[in-house]
Write a protein that binds this ligand. Structure first.
Ligand code: ZN
Length: 165
């Protein structure tokens, strides 16, 4: 009879790269962001709310939304600051596995078309003491040659003077 086998183990660090399909609606949304630098949305034909990113079925009223371009339109990229937070805790960037430089300011914006959006508030040297609810903001989009079809194609939202947008 054989002795009970010793358990052997190998330690490996796996590098598993994969791509996932964004699908026709989110794929179009990201593709238009890359091509035009704008956020395209679709209006639900049932409850009339704006879906961002566009979805095939509205999560509120379950109406089907039309495929691009019917019912789709680009947002202005402008709105008002609702709230913000200074992120001080190191966090991993899920796209790169590296730690994001911090601190940075993350904001919630009420875009003029009635959509909420959260993103970085910049630039990096932004004086946080100047912030207050309701300030006008505008998306700062990377130049086309730097855009890759990800939300970070919008570098950040910046403050703009009332009436300058
Ligand atoms: Zn709906």
């Amino acid at each position: 009879m054989m002795d009970e086998a010793e358990l052997l183990a190998q330690e490996r660090i796996l590098e598993v790269r994969f791509h996932w399909s964004a699908g026709p609606y989110l794929g179009r949304f990201l593709g238009m962001l890359k091509e035009e630098g704008r956020l395209w949305v679709v209006r639900c034909p049932g409850c009339k709310r704006i879906l961002m990113p566009p979805r095939i079925v509205c999560g509120i009223c379950y109406s089907e939304t039309p495929p691009f371009p019917k019912g789709w339109f680009p947002l202005s990229g402008r709105g008002r600051l609702l709230d913000w937070e200074r992120v001080m805790y190191p966090q991993m960037d899920p796209e790169t596995g590296t730690i994001r430089p911090e601190p940075y300011i993350h904001g919630t914006f009420a875009l003029d078309e009635g959509v909420l959006f959260t993103h970085y508030l910049g630039p990096e040297d932004l004086d946080e003491s100047t912030l207050r609810e309701g300030l006008r903001v505008e998306a700062v989009v990377k130049p086309k040659e730097e855009r890759v079809g990800k939300p970070t194609d919008i570098r950040y939202f910046k403050l703009v003077e009332e009436g300058d947008d």
